[in-house]
Design a protein around this ligand. Structure first.
Ligand code: BES
Ligand code: MN
Ligand code: ZN
Length: 504
C-alpha cells in the first residue's frame, strides 16, 4: 500500500517522528523556532555543530531520542533555496521522505514544511506536492514476493504534513491523489508478468477498474476486428495462443450530452514481444513484458481523469496483442492490408508496434472523428539510443500541439524531447511491392522512421502526436518520484496536458 498522506494543523505530537524544515544557510522555519524553545535550543545547537549539513535541498540530519522530549526522532530536512522550491522540487523532497521513514523503521512521521517567505509555491501547494511526491515514491510491487524478510519490508504507512492551510492543502491533494491512483494502475499493469497480463486480462483490468468510475469500456475480439479489416493488427497476434483485443474506453466529462469532439489517446499494448519470427536474442528479452507501457499509460490516464472528474471528453483505444513465433505466425515478406486500405510489406516481424498502431489509429479516427490524437508506444530501441532513459521522443504534426505537450512535460517532470516528423524519413519506408514497408532497412533514425510510418495512417485533418516511450516506461534504478521498475510514464503528463488544454 502506498503511504497515506494527511494534513493537520500545527499541533505537534508528543511521540514519534517529527521532521523540521531547514532552509538554505541553516535557517529554521517559524514553527521549528517556536518548538526549539521547548527543547532548550536543541535544534539551534545541532545546526551550529553540524559541519556538513547546510540545509541544501534533500539533506537530512537525524536526532535519535532527542533530550527534553518524548519523540523517537527529530529529523532536520534541508529545503534548499526557497526561490527554487517549485512544484517538482517539492515532489522530490516528498519522495525522499519514503526512504527516511523506512530507514528509521517507523510507521509514520509528521513533517513541518514551515513555508518561508520567497518560496516559489503557495503554502498549500508546497504541502500538497510534498505529499504527492511521498505517495508516488512509496509504490511497491511485492505481490509475488512471498518470502520477503521482515527487515526488508517497508515500515512507512503514513505521513502527516503540518500546515496552517490544512484544508486547502487537502483539496489540492485530493486531485493529485487521483492522478497517483492512475499512475499506480499503470505501474501495476506494467509490472505484471506476461503469463498473467495478456490481451484478455488487460481488457478485464480495464473493465474492472474503470467501469465503476463511469468510463464506458468496450472490447473487440478477433472476429470483430477481422470484420473491420484490421489485418495488420491481427497479423501481429496470429502467432499467439492469446486472442488479440482492442479495448475502447469512453469518458464523458462534459455532462450527459455526450457531445463534442473527444480527445483520443491510443496505446501500444504488446503484452510480450518476442520479436516473432524475427526473434529477439534471449538476453534481456524479459524486458519485453513492458512493451504494453503505452497502453498501460492510456488506462492509467483514463483512471486519473475519471477519478478527478475532469471536465473533458476523452476516449482511449488500446491495441493489445502478444507477438509470438509459431506455425501460424506472420513471416518476414508477408504483405498485409491494413484497415486504411494501404498494404504493408512486413520485412521484420519485430517492428510490430507500428503494425498494431496503424490499425488502432485508423480505427480511432474513422470511428470518432477526433480533432486530436496522441499515441504512446514503447516503439523503438533507437529512441533509447538517442535519448537514454531520461526523455521520451515527441513527434507532432503541428508545432502548437508539440508545444502544449512540452509545456505539460515541464510542469510534470515527465521529460519529452521533440524529434523530427519529416518527409525525408518517409522515402526510406517505400516498398518495392506494397504501399509501404515496416522497416527502413537503413542503419540510423529508427525512431523517426517509425514515426514516419505511423503518419501514413493519420488523416490530413487530424492533429496528431506520437510519444516513443521505449526508454522511459521502465526504470532500472530509483529516481526522483519513481521507484525502480514500472514508471507509469505518461499519466501525469497527459493528465496535465488535458487539464491545461481541454478543460477550459
Ligand atoms: N518493443 C520494441 C522496442 C523496445 C526496445 C521497447 C527496447 C523497449 C525497449 C519494438 O517492438 C522493437 O522490437 N523495435 C525494433 C524495430 C526494428 C526491428 C526496426 C527495434 O527497435 O529494434
Ligand atoms: Mn518488436
Ligand atoms: Zn515491441
Amino acid at each position: 500500500m502506498p503511504i497515506k498522506v494527511s494534513f493537520t494543523d500545527l499541533q505537534l505530537p508528543k511521540k514519534g517522528v517529527v521532521i523540521f524544515a531547514v532552509y538554505d544557510g541553516k535557517k529554521l522555519g517559524k514553527t521549528a523556532l517556536e518548538h526549539d524553545k521547548k527543547l532548550d535550543g536543541l535544534l539551534a545547537n545541532t545546526l551550529e555543530n553540524a559541519n556538513r549539513f547546510k540545509g541544501k535541498k534533500g539533506e537530512m540530519l537525524t536526532l535519535v531520542s532527542p533530550a527534553g522530549s518524548m519523540l523517537s526522532h527529530i529529523v532536520l530536512l534541508g529545503m534548499g533555496d526557497p526561490a527554487k522550491l517549485d512544484t517538482l522540487a517539492a515532489q522530490e523532497l516528498g519522495a525522499g521522505l519514503v526512504g527516511l521513514i523506512n530507514s528509521l523503521g517507523e510507521k509514520s512521521a509528521l513533517l513541518v514544511p514551515d513555508w518561508a517567505e520567497g518560496v516559489a509555491l503557495s503554502e498549500e501547494a508546497l504541502a500538497a506536492n510534498i505529499g504527492f511526491g511521498t505517495c508516488l515514491k512509496s509504490y511497491r510491487f511485492d505481490k509475488y514476493r512471498t518470502t520477503l524478510k521482515p527487515e526488508d519490508k517497508p515500515t512507512a504507512e503514513r505521513l502527516a504534513i503540518a500546515t496552517p492551510v490544512a484544508k486547502e492543502a487537502l483539496t489540492l491533494y485530493g486531485r493529485l491523489e487521483k492522478v497517483a491512483d492512475g499512475v499506480f494502475f499503470t505501474r501495476d499493469l506494467v509490472s505484471e508478468p506476461p503469463n498473467v497480463l495478456y490481451p484478455a486480462t488487460m481488457a478485464d483490468a480495464a473493465r474492472s477498474q474503470l467501469a465503476d468510475l463511469g468510463v464506458e469500456v468496450e472490447v473487440l475480439g478477433e472476429a470483430e476486428m477481422k470484420k473491420l479489416g484490421m489485418n495488420t493488427l491481427l497479423a501481429v497476434g496470429q502467432g499467439s495462443e492469446k486472442e488479440s483485443k482492442l479495448v475502447v474506453m469512453k469518458y464523458y466529462g462534459q455532462g450527459k450530452t455526450k457531445a463534442g469532439d473527444p480527445v483520443v489517446l491510443v496505446g501500444k499494448g504488446v503484452t510480450f514481444d518476442t520479436g516473432g519470427i524475427s526473434i529477439k536474442p534471449a538476453d534481456g528479452m524479459w524486458d519485453m513484458k513492458y512493451d504494453m507501457g503505452g497502453a498501460g499509460a492510456v488506462l492509467g490516464t483514463m483512471m486519473a481523469l475519471a477519478g478527478r472528474k475532469a471536465k473533458a471528453t476523452v476516449f482511449g483505444v488500446i491495441a493489445c496483442v502478444e507477438n509470438m513465433p509459431d506455425g501460424n505466425a506472420q513471416r518476414p515478406g508477408d504483405i498485409v492490408t491494413s484497415m486504411s486500405g494501404q498494404t504493408v510489406e512486413v520485412l521484420n516481424t519485430d517492428a510490430e508496434g507500428r503494425l498494431i498502431l496503424a490499425d488502432a489509429l485508423w480505427y480511432a479516427q474513422d470511428k470518432f472523428k477526433p480533432k486530436v490524437v496522441v499515441d504512446l508506444a514503447t516503439l523503438t530501441g533507437a529512441i533509447v539510443v538517442a535519448l537514454g532513459n531520461h526523455f521520451a521522443g515527441l513527434y507532432a504534426t503541428t508545432q502548437s500541439l508539440a508545444d502544449q505537450l512540452l509545456t505539460a512535460s515541464k510542469a510534470t517532470g515527465e521529460r519529452l524531447w521533440q524529434m523530427p516528423l519529416d518527409a525525408v524519413y518517409d522515402k526510406e519506408m517505400e516498398s518495392d511491392v506494397a504501399d509501404i514497408k515496416n522497416i527502413s532497412g537503413g542503419r540510423g533514425g529508427g525512431s523517426a522512421n517509425a514515426a514516419a510510418f505511423l503518419r501514413k495512417f493519420i488523416k490530413p485533418e487530424t492533429e496528431w502526436a506520437h510519444l516513443d516511450i521505449a526508454g522511459t516506461a521502465w526504470a532500472n534504478k530509483d529516481q526522483g518520484v519513481t521507484p525502480k521498475g514500472a514508471v507509469g510514464f505518461g499519466v501525469r503528463l497527459l493528465d496535465q496536458w488535458i487539464a491545461a488544454n481541454h478543460e477550459g
